[in-house]
Every structure is written in structure tokens, then in C-alpha cells.
Design a binder for this molecule. Structure first.
Ligand code: ATP
Ligand code: MG
Ligand code: MG
Length: 554
């Protein structure tokens, strides 16, 4: 039953199609403001809009909502394009609200002439006082009935940069008694004597979001303009502004709202992410701990994982906090299919095989990916001295400990069965060497009876003399609180986790020598790791993407 699987946004479109709206007039947009990098919340909006485009074979524009030069930059435009492309979506056209400044200005003049807009010369404090409250009507500005000719003259001077910021605004003349506060003569333009990243110093006035957004949708022929719930009250104004320019031969855009998606243990707000960057809590917008698309990419997330995540949480009417473990589940699921398996030891202790010939080495076959036969195999070197994980050995262990202990057997992955024999300790009692013996007939894949022997537990390892040291960055949640943004009394930065990054040296099998930036691997038994861009010919740097299973204690 297909009807059932439609989300409420798709139902709105289906309804419109049923009522006779032509499918080939469907057109959507994704409208970021270039005032920061995209984050995981934006991924929901991107997947929604571009997903609809694919579903209905309709064009989707990438529209930069660049109406506030004080906060916008070309760097952000570039980053946004990179991220949308990386997610695998293609926009029909790259558009900018700033492309429409002249058209918007012309329309504003028309509104003044029709007595639907006026220049207000009060301070913002005075205007705020007159706004009233939801239960109390506002009061008209003394400039509300300014003659049209005077409004035209002032507005032109505003545009030409003849006034200081804050001296005048252009307001729509709507209704100071409306129960919707946004309809009480909203501001359409303010003076900003700032240079814009695209229009330079051409303009000294800039349109407000409400005036620019719907009209931009209209200019582009957008049929359905989806935004987040905080714009629900703006819809009336969106429609009012549209009415002033609407021509029945054109598509009339329809604004509909869906819920914002928040992610646990992080913040999804460009303004807050910018604070983390500017105050040095992270190394940049693409710090692997950030909830940005670029941070997730650097962390080792795949486009597929992010798209699956967005599809899994779907589109809702009510805001909720999605647990980050769902995002981690999605990346694990994808990496399990595609990431080559390798062996790396992150907390090494030396294992010496007493009965293995000194100075000898052999290169053993290791399968690259049991989930993908076409991935083939590689050779890993085996020798007398190996590293294993410190936590894989216990001198005295309970019967439930299926790793190495004295007197018991385990298998070394892709290699032999060994038995723990003795340990060497330093003066503080720390184990510095574990000695064992191996069964020479037990080599994996050799087909001997001994090789088929079942032993509980398989350990990963690397050969000491062949191992290559690498820097490994292990991340924890950036915030200790599930919802750092949830309490208005507490600054979200109070919840920053001081231990969100641990840098260690790990020992890798030598096949990783040729590992390249961006590549993902499964370090067997440990998790998924990717090669960071800080890698140099001298040193490989890995980021831990995620562990093999969800070990996060709530
Ligand atoms: P921020 O507070 O991070 O700046 P924003 O909504 O102001 O977010 P925009 O650049 O205007 O950022 O967002 C582009 C589109 O993405 C908008 O349609 C917006 O509603 C949507 N969007 C932003 N954040 C989320 C989120 N957390 N969940 C779903 N959609 C979002
Ligand atoms: Mg916005
Ligand atoms: Mg914003």
C-alpha cells in the first residue's frame, strides 16, 4: 500500500496533483543562508527537497538566501556547494536571492505607489514599543501616512546610501491590529552600509527574509517551498507579500512547514557551531567532532550513511531529538559493506612466540572484506614478536574471558593458534612481555586438522618489526549532555566534553603504508577509521569514525 508510506509533505503534493496541478510544474529549492557550514539538520532538508525532485522528476534549485551581508561569506557558499554535491545531489540551477535585489526593489517601489508600504523614521526601540502584544493592538507609527512622493524620495535616498544605518526602514502597511504580530507592519528593508559578497557596494538597503524569500520562490517558479516550523506564523505574511505581485499565469508557491531535526550530544545551529570554531573549542568547521556535513565527512561518514539517516528519521511535524547512536548505526551499516579490513593495535603489549624461529617471517593471506568477495585478499607479515592489545590478555581470567590468558589457547587472526605461557613485568608490576607457544600445524586456511580446531577467541595482532606507527585520533561526544541546547538558562558550552579527543599512537599492518586521505578501513575488532587530511609522507593520521558496536552507556 503506497499511500501509507507517503510522508505528510508528499501527501500535500499528491493532493495538489489530484486537484489538477500539473506535475511538470513542480519545482523545489533548498535555500541555505551562506552564514556558516551545513550541518546534519540541513541534511534532512536537503534530502527532503532533492528527494522530492528525484521522486517527481522535478528541478530543485540551490538558492542562497544571501540577504544579510553582515554574516555571509563566499567561503560558506563554496562549502555549501561542496557538501550538497558530496551528498550526491544535483541542483537544477544555482540561484541567489541577491540576484533579485533589483526586482525586489522595483516591486517595493510599486508597493509604495499603491500605498502598501511606507518609510518609517523612528528608532527600532520606538517601533518595538508600538508593536503591542498578542492580546493588545499595536499603535500606528506617526509616519504611517507619509505621502507617497515623500516615501519614494526617502526610499531612493536610503538605497543610495545617503543615510546612516538605523535611521529609516521601509515597512509594509498591513494591519497594526492583526492577531499575528508579524502582520503588524513588518519591516521590508533596513539600511546596511555594508559590502555584500556578491553585489559589493551596489546596495545600501537589504531586504528582510520575509520579503525576499517568497518573492524569490515566485521568481524561480517554485511550487512548494518547504521550511521549518518556526516559519509557520510567517506563512500569512509570505502569502500577503505574494498577493502584491502575483500574476495568475505564474506558479503560485506554497509554503509548508516541517519539524526541525536535532541530534543528541551536539548542537545544530550555525550560530552556535560558529562560536565553537571562533572560540577554539574545535579546530574548525570540519573538525571531526562537529555536527557539520564537512566534519562528518572528515570523520569518515559516507554520503550514503547520512542519506539513510535522513530517510530513516523521516519528515515529521513535531521537533524531536534524534539519538546520535542512530547516525552511528547508519555509518556502521554502510562501512561494514565497503571498508577493507586491516589489523592495527592501538594499545600494544609485546607477544613473543618462544617456539617460533628467530629471524624468520612469513606472509600470510588475509581476506580484505568478508562482506565483499570481490575485495580480494592481501598478505600480512607474521614473525616471532608481535603486538596485541593490552586488554586482550589477562594473567588470571574468569571462564568467560575468551581472550588470551596463561595456559589457554586462542587464535591469532589469519595465523596460528597460540597458548599463553608466561609474562615478564617491570618493577612496577606492569606486563612488558607475554610469552606464548604456537602450534605450527594450525595456520588458518592450511586445511590441516589442527587449523580447523575450534578455539574460543580470535585476536588481531601486528608484527613488531613490520608495524608502522600512526597517529590515531579517538573521539568522544563533543558534549556530555544529551541536549546541550535544551536549557535556556545554561549556556550550551557549559556541557562541552573536555575529553572529546584522545590522540594515541597505534601500530598498523604494513599494507597501510599506502593509505590515502579519505580512505576508510575497519580495524578489525576495533571499529572504523579513516585517513585524515593531516596525513603527511612521514606520518599517517587516522580518525576513528565509530566503534564496531554501540558501547555508549547512557
Ligand atoms: P541555523 O539555525 O543552523 O542557521 P537555519 O534554518 O537558519 O539554521 P538555513 O541556512 O536558513 O539555516 O537553512 C536552510 C534550510 O534548512 C531551511 O529550509 C531550514 O529550515 C532547513 N534546516 C535548518 N536546520 C534544520 C534542522 N535542524 N532540521 C531540518 N531542517 C533544517
Ligand atoms: Mg534561515
Ligand atoms: Mg540561521
Amino acid at each position: 500500500n503506497e499511500e501509507k508510506s507517503l510522508n505528510f509533505i508528499e501527501l500535500i503534493i499528491e493532493e495538489d496533483l489530484k486537484r489538477g496541478f500539473e506535475q511538470d510544474k513542480l519545482r523545489f529549492r533548498f535555500p541555505p543562508e551562506p552564514n556558516g557550514y551545513l550541518h546534519i539538520g540541513h541534511a534532512s532538508s536537503i534530502c527532503l527537497n532533492f528527494g522530492l525532485g528525484l521522486k517527481y522528476n522535478a528541478p530543485v534549485n540551490l538558492r542562497f538566501d544571501d540577504t544579510n551581508p553582515a554574516k555571509e561569506e563566499q567561503e560558506y557558499v563554496d562549502a555549501i556547494k561542496r557538501d550538497v554535491e558530496w551528498l550526491g545531489f544535483e541542483w537544477a540551477e544555482e540561484r541567489y536571492a541577491s540576484d533579485y535585489f533589483q526586482q525586489l526593489y522595483d516591486w517595493a517601489i510599486d508597493l509604495i505607489k499603491r500605498d502598501l508600504a511606507y518609510v518609517d523614521s523612528q528608532s527600532s526601540e520606538e517601533m518595538a514599543k508600538q508593536k503591542g502584544t498578542p492580546t493588545q493592538h499595536g499603535t500606528a507609527s506617526p509616519f504611517r501616512n507619509r505621502p507617497v512622493a515623500e516615501n519614494l524620495e526617502l526610499f531612493e535616498k536610503m538605497k543610495n546610501g545617503e543615510f546612516a544605518e538605523g535611521t529609516h526602514v521601509l515597512r509594509a502597511k498591513i494591519d497594526m491590529t492583526s492577531s499575528n504580530m508579524l502582520m503588524r507592519d513588518p519591516i521590508m528593508y533596513r539600511i546596511l552600509n555594508k559590502s555584500h559578497h556578491r553585489t559589493g557596494s551596489n546596495w545600501h538597503i537589504y531586504p528582510m527574509y520575509d520579503w525576499a524569500h517568497g518573492e524569490s520562490d515566485y521568481i524561480e517558479g517554485v511550487s512548494h517551498s518547504f521550511c521549518t516550523m518556526e516559519f509557520a506564523m510567517h506563512r500569512e505574511l509570505y502569502d500577503w507579500f505574494l498577493d502584491t505581485v502575483y500574476d495568475a499565469t505564474q506558479t503560485r508557491p506554497k509554503q509548508r512547514e516541517f519539524a526541525r531535526r536535532n541530534l543528541s550530544h551536539t548542537v545544530v545551529s550555525k550560530r552556535k557551531l560558529l562560536q565553537l570554531v571562533q572560540e577554539g573549542h574545535v579546530t574548525g568547521w570540519d573538525d571531526p567532532r562537529m555536527s557539520t556535513i564537512s566534519g562528518l565527512r572528515r570523520r569518515g561518514y559516507t554520503p550514503m550513511a547520512i542519506r539513510n539517516f535522513a530517510d530513516t528519521i523521516g519528515i515529521a511535524k513535531r521537533t524531536n531529538l534524534v539519538d546520535v547512536s542512530l547516525l552511528e548505526f547508519c555509518v556502521r551499516e554502510d562501512l561494514n559493506k565497503i571498508a577493507p579490513r586491516v589489523m592495527a593495535v592501538l594499545d600494544p603489549v609485546k607477544l613473543i612466540i618462544d617456539n617460533y624461529p628467530e629471524g624468520e617471517e612469513e606472509w600470510l593471506d588475509a581476506e580484505n572484506n568478508p562482506e565483499d568477495e570481490s575485495a580480494g585478499s592481501r598478505k600480512v607479515p607474521f614473525a616471532k614478536e608481535l603486538y596485541i592489545e593490552r586488554e586482550d590478555f589477562k594473567e588470571e581470567a574468569s571462564r568467560k574471558f575468551f581472550r588470551l590468558t596463561l595456559g589457554k589457547e586462542v587464535r591469532l587472526k589469519n595465523a596460528y593458534i597460540i597458548k599463553g605461557e608466561s609474562v615478564v613485568k617491570d618493577e612496577k608490576g606492569n606486563i612488558t612481555e607475554i610469552h606464548c607457544t604456537y602450534d605450527p600445524d594450525s595456520r588458518s586456511g592450511s586445511g590441516t586438522e589442527a587449523s580447523m580446531r575450534k578455539v574460543k577467541g580470535t585476536l588481531h595482532w601486528v608484527s613488531v618489526q613490520h608495524a608502522i606507527p600512526a597517529e590515531v585520533r579517538v573521539y568522544d561526544r563533543l558534549f556530555t549532555h544529551e541536549n546541550p541546547d535544551g536549557d535556556k538558562e545554561v549556556d550550551f558550552k557549559e556541557y562541552i566534553n573536555p575529553d572529546s579527543l584522545k590522540v594515541i599512537t597505534g601500530y598498523m599492518e604494513p599494507s597501510l603504508k599506502k593509505a590515502k586521505e579519505g580512505e576508510q578501513y575497519q580495524f578489525q575488532r576495533l571499529g572504523y577509521f579513516c585517513v585524515d587530511r593531516d596525513t603527511t609522507p612521514e606520518k599517517i593520521v587516522f580518525n576513528k569514525t565509530v566503534g564496531l558496536r554501540d558501547t555508549w552507556a547512557k
